[in-house]
Ligand binder design. Structure first.
Ligand SMILES: [Zn+2]
Length: 204
């Protein structure tokens, strides 16, 4: 394994057998286990842990003290905010004999806010945004904005991260927003849009 095409701080541990892409930087006290796969140009902050078999794409930013456990797959350009928590066990018992990893997928470009908890078995769609401190127990659709405990779908966000307010076209299968910040058009499915309308009306 060539050590010279990515950076590892002297206090970090990258086990033999971990795969780390070019240009990635691994900061103080981070720990990357054997069999972990990390793409190119990622940034792993202080105290980040990447478990055996965890997969991280390219250009991913993982802030301080995030643990990416086995069974978690993080897509390219995703952002994991400081102390966000990802789990991999739906029936945690210290004495359990039949432990089973439940996979979690964070799709391309999605952002997880500081201190949010993603309960395993969910898929956070591409370019979705999870608010700080949210507890996510259900799938988040692409471009979905969720927050709260339990996290509810409250709206949609643009690729640029800003909230989408303006619907420019409504079709049978899809709803098209235009971002007032960057003028991009973002298409979300009509089903996800209806779900958002319902969940936004919920008290909690
Ligand atoms: Zn935008």
């Amino acid at each position: 394994m060539a050590m010279d095409d990515y950076y590892v701080h002297p206090t970090a541990v990258v086990e033999e057998g971990a795969i780390v892409g070019e240009g990635t930087r691994i900061w103080h006290f981070a720990h990357v286990r054997r069999g972990a796969r990390i793409g190119c140009s990622c940034n792993l902050g202080k105290g980040v842990y990447v478990d055996v078999g965890a997969i991280v794409g390219d250009e991913v930013k993982i802030q301080n003290f995030v643990s990416v456990y086995r069974g978690v797959e993080v897509g390219s350009r995703a952002f994991l905010g400081p102390s966000a928590t990802l789990t991999n066990d739906l029936y945690p018992r210290s004495f359990s004999e039949s432990w089973e990893v439940v996979p979690t997928v964070i799709e391309e470009g999605a952002s997880i806010g500081a201190n949010a908890t993603i309960v395993c078995g969910v898929r956070v769609g591409r370019y979705a945004m999870v608010g700080a401190g949210a507890v996510v127990t259900r799938d988040v659709p692409p471009h979905g904005l969720v927050y709260g405990n339990p996290a509810r779908l409250r709206g949609f966000v643009c690729t640029c991260g800003r909230r989408l307010e303006k619907v420019v076209r409504m079709k049978l299968e899809e709803v098209v927003f235009r971002c007032e910040h960057c003028s991009r058009e973002v298409v979300v499915s009509r089903r996800d849009y209806e779900r958002m309308i319902l969940e936004r009306a919920l008290r909690r």
